[in-house]
Design a protein around this ligand. Structure first.
Ligand code: E4P
Length: 248
């Protein structure tokens, strides 16, 4: 009898472990918010990047057509995430657009259809999911927009931290409420915090337990480096120069 109870307890615990929902704060992935090929190539050499995000404004900065840039981005990703924003305004056209981009990027990247959450965007999310797409709901400014997008089936929601801070709102607080609710309600949707202008914003967003953040090249460079690291390394080199005598 006791043995049966122990076996049932072990079985119950292992079922709970197997099906326990992954907490939203189980990762802090860095993505590059750029479509500049040189920047991405450079980052891929040393930065533990999980992917790249684009939007029409980022493409405008590059002043290059999507038909040229999309295959190049996909080739660079080598299976990593590529979040490409749709520009269509009607849900049906967003699906057509996503199908075309998926065809172009083929199996070279982990493709996400990035959908601004207009009324049509919300309509498009379940349609895209039905068609087998992963979806990133973007241009999110409130906790409720994120929750509704999650309920609609989005894989990621992208709240805009700096744009919120710039309208006298609180980007970090919005992200923190979203993360809390996704965890409380055990929603599988992840947070991809976006729109950063300072390292401090990234620092504070990480402390919310946010799953991931997409950050410009310039800011990624700033957050991974420190002048004291450089001067420390200079001193190490100078001090060890004549002492490190083991051949390798
Ligand atoms: C990414 O998905 C967003 O489009 C982007 O981070 C917006 O950033 P911005 O506010 O710097 O334009």
């Amino acid at each position: 009898m006791i043995l049966t109870k122990i076996c049932l307890f072990i079985l119950h615990s292992s079922i709970i472990c197997t099906f326990a929902p992954e907490k939203n704060n189980s990762n802090m992935y860095y993505l590059a918010d750029t479509a500049n090929i040189k920047e991405i190539e450079k980052l891929l050499r040393y930065f533990p990047l999980q992917g790249v995000t684009t939007n029409p404004t980022i493409l405008a900065t590059e002043n290059r057509k999507l038909s040229k840039i999309l295959p190049e981005l996909a080739n660079l990703m080598d299976g990593k995430m590529l979040h490409v924003q749709m520009i269509s305004e009607k849900a049906e056209r967003m699906v057509d657009e996503a199908k075309k981009y998926r065809e172009i990027t083929a199996d070279k990247c982990d493709f996400y259809a990035k959908i601004p959450i207009t009324e049509e965007g919300f309509r498009a999310i379940p349609m895209l999911k039905k068609a087998g797409f992963k979806v990133t709901a973007t241009a999110i400014f409130t906790h409720q927009q994120a929750l509704v997008a999650a309920r609609a089936g989005a894989n990621f929601v992208a709240p805009y931290v700096n744009r919120l801070d710039n309208i006298s709102s609180h980007g970090i607080e919005v992200v923190s409420h979203i993360v809390k609710s996704f965890n409380d309600f055990k929603l599988p949707t992840k947070v991809l915090a976006a729109s950063f202008k300072t390292v401090d914003q990234v620092h504070r967003v990480s402390l919310t337990g946010c799953y991931s953040a997409t950050i410009s090249y310039e800011l990624l460079e700033r957050l991974r480096s420190h002048p004291m690291t450089d001067t420390s390394v200079e001193t190490f080199l100078k001090d060890g120069k004549n002492l490190y005598d083991i051949p390798f």
